[in-house]
Design a binder for this molecule. Sequence first.
Ligand code: GTP
Length: 598
Amino acid sequence: MTQERIRNFSIIAHIDHGKSTLADRLLEYTKTLTEREMQEQFLDNMDLERERGITIKLQAVTMNYQAKDGKEYYLNVIDTPGHVDFTYEVSRSLKACEGVLLVVDAAQGIEAQTLANIYLALEQNLEIIPVINKIDLPNADVEKVTRELEEIVGIDEDEVILASAKDGTGIEDILEAIVERIPAPDDKEDDHLKALIFDSYYDTYRGVITYLRVFSGQLVPGMEIKMMQTGKKFEASEIGILNPGPKKVDALNAGEVGFMAANIKDVKDSRVGDTITSYKKPAPEPLAGYKQVKPMVYCGLFPADGEDYEDLRDALDKLQLNDASLVYEQENSAALGFGFRCGFLGLLHMEIIQERLEREYGISLVTTAPNVVYRVELVEGEEITIENPTDLPERNEINAIYEPVVRANFMVPQDYIGPVMELCEEKRGEYETLEYLDSLRVLLKYKLPLSEIVFDFFDLLKSKTRGYASFDYEIIGYEGADLVKVDILVNKEPVDALSFIVHQDKAYYKGRQLAGKLREMLPRQMFDVPVQAAIGNKVIARETVKAVKKNVLAKCYGGDITRKRKLLEKQKEGKQRMKQVGKVDIPQEAFMAVLSID
Ligand code: GTP
């Protein structure tokens, strides 16, 4: 196919504004999916994704479209994940495109992620086609949203397409706009092979499947290729396009998007952002801007039943095959035994992995509270990174501690500016700017420590603004902060998995709160159990779990045997997720209790 008949584009939108539904309509309209194949939300093909209504993995589907000018075009739609945890993946898939459909909900208007995505698209100089979706809704306000697009993004009213992905309105206009407005690729055909990897996943039968965009040269089956970041060599065994199922082709040429199988056994050898070139005739330099993604949030994952340790390792191995951004290493906790310290791109990523381990692999987990990655400058001058609070050296060995900070953008109706600012101040935020977007909404910028927003920030924001504020953030670097480690002792024994790092000013409060929470959560014993919070050797809070006077079965005295059995059964179940520390059982919730302190 000649380049002038190709259009490569992505759909970008704030969560729930209708990206997947719109993609479905495009596939349907171009008959890429037949009625029989039509499956709701084809692009989100993992169960979990569908249940949570979020897109994690990107894919690229080629549609054939007969335009009004009588010519046939190849439209490659590249799916992007919508969540901030996956920003790097979004920027890579945008790099494979010449344009984007910007979908905005007609009732909601522009939200924080709409803006974040627009910035990414502008950075890459992409043609933006604005689509106001859901115009069928009774509370759709097309005029207001058009004004927002004009004022906030500088988009001309005439460029806006009105659509309803639900009833099919505007779909043809969108397809025509893609053909007319998005430039065809203009890549060099007779040069060294350079192809950008924008996604890859592990297939049990064929090994790693790599999704790529060819920027110059040609990729053909049988070709020996080299990954420019890792230097590794493979042979391209199969190449093709998704239409929407895989369809083999004889070559992928400059400007084209497709997939490759090359007997790659590990997704780490097919990294998003890497450049594929010819092994024999390599390009002198890779495509610009490759970045290795680093996990920002860590937590401990332990099998509730110690015997599941090997199963947990196998499950993590398998998940990692498909997710190069998941990292883990063995961790041995005095309280929780053998498990893994795992690193994630963000909280959502963490939740997804935990859920998959429990659901797909049937492993009950005890998870510890997540923490961010700290940098610590030691007195001796060396700098180390801390992924686990227990690893923080003694205070007298530390010169300075640095924590990751983010710039957060909030889009807030003006009535809720106060509560949002209050929340940010509580979370050690530093005010930057406030800008009126229109007469009703503002864009508020704050600098915030990542550690303060990874926990319950999103929920707090939602409840304080009744769901009307949206927010997005980017990590901007590390800054020094007065941080300390708080240890928790149960029955005089330190429970390593409960240690946390916190700002000095909040240490006493958090220590007291956590000790109090634990007092409520820990099962009572035949003896008094002290729960203490300490900084170094200094105890900063103390609570006592009072001894029980009677045992559980006493209640059933003279009674019914089934009830007694049930009670014992229940106790046993509860035990599965308890960890014994010294003489005391600690339930799973306790390890997350630090999260529920405000
Ligand atoms: P994420 O994958 O979470 O980013 O969401 P998305 O942007 O892909 O949104 P999705 O397509 O899942 O749509 C979100 C909700 O809006 C679903 O319940 C859709 O049925 C609904 N929806 C999408 N388009 C329209 C529309 O044109 N009109 C109406 N009334 N509802 C729509």
